[in-house]
Design a protein around this ligand. Structure first.
Ligand code: GLN
Length: 467
């Protein structure tokens, strides 16, 4: 039953056709069968799963169980689950046990969701393929020679392979939307601030946002509604406006950004997205070309801000407070030893770049300039949303690529983020939906709306699924 949707499972659980315990077992068996090949998980948590399943079965027996009660799920290994290792894909945190639950985890536990394990990620979320994990790459369930996307590739693969029903990931520059697209599942990066970052290992704090992976838009929406709550423990947390409105495609104005259909886009992906836009048009939507002129500076601005914030966030891994600790005779030696052996190449590269960008004398030229581009990009989107309801385009310029194809060339890896980072720079929500297929591989379409427009994005996604 583990391939079923949350809605179907809710019914089956409530009708006592299946128990939470049986579902947990099914999920763990599915992992047992597939993990040797996929490596979507860094840790499996059978004890925790059976313990929460027992509680879920009690809640179900009492009636009025919340929507996620008894549903098996996976959590990206950058999100703290009390008492469970949390590595962020890094040797630096190889032995770090989370001392408390992240707010999102607490919210899932309160609903009776059943956590079956922690999923693989690029080290500290830095990457687009999961190949930067210190513990080995994840493979794409659709083609094991290919990457699942990253950094939340483990979560996307686990959902696509039905090792669990939904998963949480984290999106700083595309890490939910890209792997969702590469694995053929739904993934939402929520509006910045709607989901708490408390208990989430930071990459770049002004971009980071936790969100769901699921196999349908309705499922992703159920998870989003469970985790998007204002959190007094998090300063940038915002109240999500309530919405009961329903959305249809008739007369809906969909903007296709000119800059998303330029020469960098591979022709197979372009064909897939154009045919998906054609379907939307056939159902009554109006497709208009929009311009986002500053998108061309998006990647440069994103990588300056990302590396700057990362260099500051990662300063805490000094060998004293978290994770790896090797004895040394001086403090300086200890820092050097821990940080040289604990961090991988991509992390070191970003610390060096970010420290440089923030240094006196260069700050204005790089960091400040990038922040100005960020404002311009936000204004581009605002202008576009004055004439369209939602923006649609590709998630990635290319199909899922082969393992090893880009891992030795950081710039080639960064280029995969070209269509996702503008959304993070502007703090907007973005939803990936499976839109088409080519050569047996999925093509994801990205829907972007104004802040807090998640109900609209899900509405369009659900309408597209039913076409
Ligand atoms: N690929 C992007 C990066 O490496 C996005 C990462 C993310 O969203 N965590 O920064």
């Amino acid at each position: 039953m583990i391939e079923a949707t949350i809605t179907e499972l809710q019914e089956a659980l409530r009708a006592r056709k299946v128990s939470a315990r049986e579902l947990a077992k099914e999920s763990l068996d599915s992992m047992e069968r597939q993990e040797g090949n996929l490596h979507a998980f860094l840790a499996r948590t059978p004890e925790l799963a059976f313990e929460s399943a027992e509680r879920a079965d009690q809640m179900l027996a009492q009636g009025n169980a919340p929507p996620l009660c008894g549903i098996p799920c996976a959590i990206k290994d950058a999100i703290l689950v009390e008492g469970v290792l949390c590595t962020a894909g890094s040797l630096m945190l190889e032995n770090y046990t989370a001392p408390y639950d992240a707010t999102v985890v607490r919210l899932l536990r309160e609903q009776g969701a059943v956590m079956v394990g922690k999923t693989n990620t690029d080290e500290f979320g830095m990457g687009a393929s999961t190949e930067n994990s210190a513990f080995g790459a994840t493979r794409n369930p659709r083609d094991p020679e290919r990457v699942p996307g990253g950094s939340s590739g483990g979560s996307a693969a686990a959902v696509a392979a039905a090792e669990c029903v939904f998963a949480l990931g984290e999106d700083t520059g595309g890490s939910i939307r890209l792997p969702a697209g590469f694995c053929g599942v739904v993934g939402l990066r929520p509006t910045y601030g709607t989901v708490s970052r408390h208990g989430v290992i930071s990459l770049a704090s002004s971009f980071d946002q936790v969100g769901p992976f699921a196999r349908t838009c309705r499922d992703a929406e159920i998870v989003y509604e469970a985790i998007a709550h204002k959190d007094p423990k998090e300063a940038t947390s915002a109240e999500r406006p309530a919405s009961k409105k329903s959305f249809g495609l008739k007369g809906l104005r969909i903007g296709a950004p000119k800059e998303y259909f330029t020469e960098g886009l591979s022709s197979v992906v372009e064909q897939g997205i154009r045919s998906a836009l054609g379907k939307l048009e056939g159902a009554g939507a109006v497709i208009v070309e929009v311009e986002l002129p500053n998108v061309k500076y998006g990647l440069a601005a994103y990588y300056v801000i990302n590396t700057s914030e990362a260099s500051a966030n990662l300063a805490r891994y000094d060998g004293l407070r978290y994770g790896l600790h090797t004895p040394a005779s001086t403090i300086k030696e200890m820092y050097e030893q821990n940080r040289s052996s604990g961090f991988g190449d991509e992390v070191k590269r970003r610390i060096i770049l970010g420290t440089f960008a923030l240094s006196a004398g260069y700050y204005e030229a790089y960091y400040l300039k990038a922040q100005k581009v960020r404002t311009l990009l936000r204004q581009d989107f605002e202008r576009a949303f004055a004439s369209v309801d939602v923006i649609a385009g590709p998630v990635s310029p290319v199909l899922p690529f082969k393992l090893g194809e880009r891992s030795s060339d950081p710039l080639a890896m960064y280029l995969v983020d070209i269509y996702t980072v503008p959304v993070n720079l502007a703090g907007l929500p973005g939803l990936t939906i499976p839109a088409a297929e080519a050569d047996g591989l999925p093509i994801g379409m990205q829907l972007v709306g104004p802040q807090f427009s998640e109900p609209l994005l899900f509405g369009v996604g659900k309408a597209f699924e039913s076409l």
